[in-house]
Each structure stands twice: as structure tokens, then as C-alpha cells.
Design a protein around this ligand. Structure first.
Ligand code: F6P
Length: 544
């Protein structure tokens, strides 16, 4: 539980009152060294948070809050392999998945032998497929790999696959299928040749309805096209912590890759859950991704809080949520390759910290995770940015861009970056009434028109944002970026006193869905449900 009565919290409240409604224009006017003191860099990542509504003093007070909340000890406990996921009685060791050396977390419990052995098996399979071989008879070739998984078994690998698509194998098409809606799988199957298709079934639990139904449809499609006696082992591999369930489905036991209970689904792209990704980009690029994340892990573990990117990023989010009152946070990549990053971060942040009960079981006592959303920034400009600029709501933003493009076209990258920088600047500084009037006068607009239009053309500004500027979207830099967000979430969870590693909130809907499903076949069951559900079921019956 957050101790909102603690001296550290009280000092932040007092500090917030002192700052009042101070505008970013004034923050910048008051401190010429603001950008230097409110930005950090780590390897090829520049993190500029000078356009946040805070000062160096704010950061010092936030750091005191982190110290008072034992964040350092909590970090150490994670790296030591303690069972900090208390509601599931599990360690939280996704950081092990990025490492290359044993023992880790310690000699008493060393997970590295299985991590490294699994990574080697993945690389072997990826190399085989990338060299143009199949899993079956000599001469078979795999051309299409279909990853079937959902949530953490989909979003991470798909996001990174898209981000690093410039490195993807030219003769292997990797697809991601997650949705129960047949509109995702059916059209894809129409484009595939069953003889050269491999399905990668990814489910930590191997009980997830979406994944199992899509897998079953894939199996039926193979049988329908290649005959009932098709060797399923040639077309399926699986990733699961329940290998016996994958084997029961028909996957050869030697083609099941393990994951472990100490890897949370949304933290699992670094494990065998990233198998389809590794097949696409190759083991070497996958290793670079891991190394980038591992270096961020070391930075997170060892850097003093004032220089520690994940700690500072977490504290800034906390300042916006708990002291400025933001209820939402938007992620705006200015890089087409990062188009799935907002959905990945939605799961990472909201499934981890979208909780109001503390580790001890009581109310948290403060707001927790904001509503995270986002979209490619350049597209968003012509859609929802209107609200960010003039909607009057506080919406802190993360702008993310890379200096170099993987797809350079003359003039494009500079134009893209100037839009990125322009938006954060316009959101921060706005345009005053005087400035609007002055520019309209210069355009020789008639005075009565000026009078009527000025209120519509004023930009209040003061919308806080940070910019993460990457040198390029290399695998290592992307790995570091993703690990940065993972640890940011960790820091916030530690201060809010919640368990960021369980997700009980997803269970109720699953249970209710499994009770509703039989009512489609047997209408007499509908009466057990609430009146709204009954009416929806009745409409389906009438219309089908
Ligand atoms: O329903 C939520 C969830 O459990 C996520 O936490 C997880 O990433 C996803 O479903 C998929 O779970 P699994 O990998 O077990 O199929």
C-alpha cells in the first residue's frame, strides 16, 4: 500500500502546491540549463524529459519517495530470484532470459542451464528453417510460419518482428494469429500451402481458448488438405510450460519448447515465446536484442537513481498520475516499424499495474496505472491530436523516434522528425492569444474575423511529454527500449505496493464466456444469465 501520509509523499504534495499551475513556458524561462539537467542518455537512447511539468527539485523529491518505498531492495529481490510474485508464489526472472552467463540468479537456484539449452534449440530450429529445410522428409521446405498465441504469447514477438522487419528472412513469411474471430485465420489459410506451412503454438498455460481453437482449426485444415494421416509433427511446434498438453494436442514432444513459471506472459518475448520472431530475424539478431535488454538490466540494477532511466521514467509517470492527476498516458511512435508498440505497452503496463489492491490485500490508497493507449504519431496528428492540443485534458505523451530510418526515402526522415519535434513543442508551449492575434494581423485578416476566431485558435499548451530518441532501431537498441519500459512498470508497481506480475482481473470474463458458450447450442441455458445477456443471445438466435 502507498503510504500517502509518509513524509516523502507529503513533501511531494507540498511541492506540487508550490508549483501550482506553472506553465512549461515558465519552467523553461526560469532555467536555461533545463534540458541538460532533465535529460539522460543510455547507449544509443536519448531520454529528454525537459517538457515534463517538473523541476530538478521535483525529481529529487520523487527519488526520496523511491528510496522510502524500498525500490532498491525490491530490485535486488527480483534479481536474487525471490518469489516476489506473491499471489502466485513465483520468482520473477525474465531478466535471466537476456543473460548469457551462469549461474543466475545464484548457485542455489540457477536457471541458466535450461535457458541456454532452450535458446540453443530455438537457434537450431530457426537455422534449419532459414536454410530452406522443413521438419519432415528431406526436400520439404517451410515457407510460412504461423504463430498462434494471444496476449503475451503474441504481442511481444509480433511487435519486435514488425520493428525489425528490415532484417527478416526474405523467403520465410511469418504471420501472427491471435483472435477468435475467424476473419483473422480464415483469409490467411486461403493464402497458404499446407505442405510448406509450420504452425508455432504458443501458450504458457496451453489452456487459452483463443489459441486452442485456432490451433484446432489449423489442425483440421492440415488434415483436410493433406489427409487424415498427415504427420502433424512436421507442421506444429509448441512453446508451453505444460508440454504434456501440447503433446496431447499432437505436437511431437521433441518439438515442444519450455517456458517456466517465473516468466510472466507479458515479459516472455525473450524466451521461446519469441521463437517465430527468431525464425524471422535469425538467431544473431535475436541475440543482439537480448544483449541490448541485458545491458538495460545492468543499468537498472546498478545505476544511481538520479541517472537510472527506468527509475526516472517510472517516477515521472507517477508524478503525472498521482500528483498532476493524469488518468491516461499516450505512446506516440514516429517510426512505422513501431506500430505495434502501443498495444504491446498496453498489456505490459495495464495488465501489470492496472490494480487497486495492494500486495497486503488492502486498497492501494492512490491511483495506479493510467489508461495507456497510442498510435503512430504522424497518423495520430491527423486524427486525435486535436484533443491533445485543445481538448483541455491532461494527457502525458511519450514521443519515440529514431534518427536513422531502415527505409530511407529522400526527404522523408527529416520531415517525419520535424513533425515529431514540432508536436511535442506545440503541446508544451502552445500559442497565446497575443501570438494568435499577431499572426492573424500579419496575414491581414479582417479585425472582426480576428476577434471571432482568436478563441478557437489559441493553444493552451502545458501538455507534458517525454521524447525517446534512438540512434536507430537496431535489435540491441530495441531490446534496451523494451527492457526500459518493463523496468519502469516495475518501479511504479514497487511504489504503489502492488504485485505487477499477476493478472487475476482477466479470469472472470474467461469463466463467464465458458458458461455462455453452451447457450448458443442450447437456448434453454440462457435463462441462467442476466437480462442483458439473455437479450443478446436471443438476438443472435433470431439473426442466425
Ligand atoms: O488472459 C490473459 C493472459 O493470461 C495473459 O496474461 C497472457 O499473456 C495471455 O493470456 C496468454 O496466455 P497463454 O500464454 O497461457 O496462452
Amino acid at each position: 500500500m502507498v503510504n500517502t501520509a509518509s513524509p516523502a509523499w507529503a513533501a511531494l504534495i507540498a511541492h506540487h502546491q508550490k508549483l501550482g499551475k506553472k506553465h512549461l513556458r515558465d519552467f523553461f524561462a526560469d532555467d536555461s540549463g533545463r534540458v541538460a539537467s532533465l535529460s539522460l542518455s543510455f547507449e544509443d537512447i536519448l531520454y529528454d524529459f525537459s517538457k515534463q511539468r517538473l523541476t530538478r527539485e521535483t525529481l529529487d523529491l520523487l527519488i526520496k519517495l523511491a528510496e522510502a518505498s524500498s525500490v532498491a531492495g525490491y530490485i535486488q529481490r527480483m534479481f536474487d530470484g525471490e518469489r516476489i510474485n506473491v499471489t502466485e508464489d513465483r520468482s520473477v526472472l525474465h531478466v535471466a532470459l537476456r543473460r548469457s552467463s551462469a549461474p543466475f540468479p545464484g548457485a542455489r537456484m540457477d536457471v541458466m542451464p535450461e535457458v541456454l539449452a532452450t535458446r540453443a534449440r530455438m537457434a537450431q530450429l530457426a537455422e534449419l528453417l532459414r536454410a530452406g529445410h522443413g521438419l519432415g522428409n528431406p526436400g520439404t521446405v517451410i515457407r510460412d510460419v504461423v504463430n498462434i498465441g494471444i496476449g503475451g504469447s503474441d504481442l511481444g514477438p509480433k511487435m519486435v518482428n514488425q520493428a525489425l522487419r528490415s532484417l527478416a528472412h526474405p523467403a520465410l513469411n511469418v504471420h501472427y494469429v491471435s483472435n477468435l474471430d475467424g476473419a483473422q485465420l480464415a483469409p490467411l489459410l486461403q493464402t497458404l500451402d499446407p505442405r510448406s506451412t509450420l504452425f508455432v503454438l504458443v501458450s504458457k498455460t496451453f489452456t487459452t481458448q483463443e489459441t486452442l481453437l485456432n490451433a484446432e482449426t489449423a489442425r483440421n485444415w492440415l488434415k483436410a488438405n493433406l489427409g487424415e494421416d498427415v504427420n502433424l509433427g512436421d507442421h506444429f511446434v509448441a512453446v508451453s510450460s505444460r508440454p504434456e498438453r501440447a503433446a496431447a494436442f499432437g505436437v511431437s514432444p521433441d518439438r515442444v519448447f519450455p517456458i517456466w513459471d517465473w516468466v510472466g506472459g507479458r515479459y516472455s518475448l525473450w524466451s521461446a515465446v519469441g521463437l517465430s520472431l527468431m525464425i524471422a530475424i535469425g538467431p544473431h539478431a535475436f541475440d543482439e536484442l537480448l544483449h541490448g535488454a541485458e545491458r538495460m538490466d545492468e543499468h537498472f540494477r546498478t545505476a544511481p537513481f538520479a541517472q537510472n532511466l527506468p527509475v526516472i521514467m517510472g517516477l515521472i509517470g507517477l508524478w503525472n498520475t498521482n500528483f498532476l492527476g493524469a488518468t491516461t498516458h499516450t505512446v506516440l511512435p514516429y517510426n512505422e516499424s513501431l506500430k505495434y508498440l502501443p498495444s504491446f505497452l498496453q498489456q505490459l503496463e495495464m495488465e501489470s499495474n492496472g490494480k487497486s489492491v495492494s500486495i497486503a490485500g488492502g486498497p492501494v490508497g492512490s491511483e495506479t496505472c493510467p489508461i495507456v493507449w497510442g498510435e503512430l504519431g504522424n497518423n495520430g496528428q491527423h486524427a486525435f491530436f486535436q484533443l491533445l492540443h485543445q481538448g483541455g485534458r491532461l494527457v502525458p505523451c511519450d514521443f519515440i523516434a529514431s534518427v536513422r530510418s531502415d527505409y530511407p526515402l529522400p526527404g522523408h526522415q527529416e520531415a517525419l522528425l520535424s513533425n515529431c519535434f514540432a508536436q511535442s513543442s506545440a503541446l508544451a508551449f502552445g500559442k497565446t492569444e497575443d501570438e494568435v492575434r499577431e499572426s492573424m494581423e500579419k496575414e491581414r485578416v479582417a479585425p472582426e474575423q480576428i476577434a471571432s476566431l482568436v478563441p478557437h485558435r489559441v493553444f493552451a499548451g502545458n501538455q507534458p511529454s517525454s521524447t525517446l530518441l534512438l540512434k536507430s532501431l537496431s535489435p540491441a537498441t530495441l531490446g534496451a527500449l523494451v527492457a526500459l519500459y518493463e523496468h519502469k512498470v516495475f518501479v511504479q508497481g514497487a511504489i504503489w505496493g502492488i504485485n505487477s506480475f499477476d493478472q487475476w482481473g482477466v479470469e472472470l470474463g474467461k469463466a463467464v464466456a465458458s458458461r455462455i458458450l453452451p447457450a448458443f447450442a442450447d437456448p434453454s441455458l440462457a435463462s441462467a444469465f442476466d437480462p442483458s445477456t439473455q437479450a443478446l443471445l436471443a438476438f443472435c438466435r433470431e439473426q442466425s
